[in-house]
Write a protein of this length. Structure first.
Length: 129
């Protein structure tokens, strides 16, 4: 879950129950980033999230509205890569495109990121190994 105004990302586990959130910080919530910033793993208004892969190969791809970048993290929030699209201004929604709808592998994937302020879409590709 992107908590844009508080510059945080939450991961909810299978025990999530919507009536308990946001009144308390229950056991099922794991904060992946706790403060605003420009360092890898910190966010400035995270806006979009895509999930790629499964299990240990799962990656979170997060776009930042104010940060003007895209971050790739492990499922536990460890930063792996920061991408700053040339001319990026206000990155929003993220959409994952796969060759086949049922293909849940990491290789290959294509990602579309919306930049509303620049009226453009970015297409990012991960090369096959």
């Amino acid at each position: 879950v992107a908590d844009s105004g508080n510059h945080r990302i939450f991961r909810l586990n299978a025990n999530y129950h919507h009536s308990a959130f946001p009144h308390v910080k229950p056991d099922f919530v794991h904060e992946l980033a706790r403060s605003a910033g420009t360092a890898p793993g910190h966010f400035l208004n995270p806006a979009g999230i895509a999930i790629v892969g499964v299990g240990d190969a799962m990656r979170l791809i997060i776009s930042e509205w104010q940060g003007k970048r895209i971050q790739v993290l492990t499922a536990n929030g460890i930063p792996l890569q920061v991408i700053s699209p040339s001319g990026g201004r206000r990155l929003g929604g993220v959409c994952l495109l796969r060759r086949r709808d049922l293909d849940r592998s990491l290789d290959p994937w294509r990602l579309v990121v919306v930049d509303r302020a620049a009226s453009r879409l970015y297409l990012l590709k991960r090369a096959s190994h």
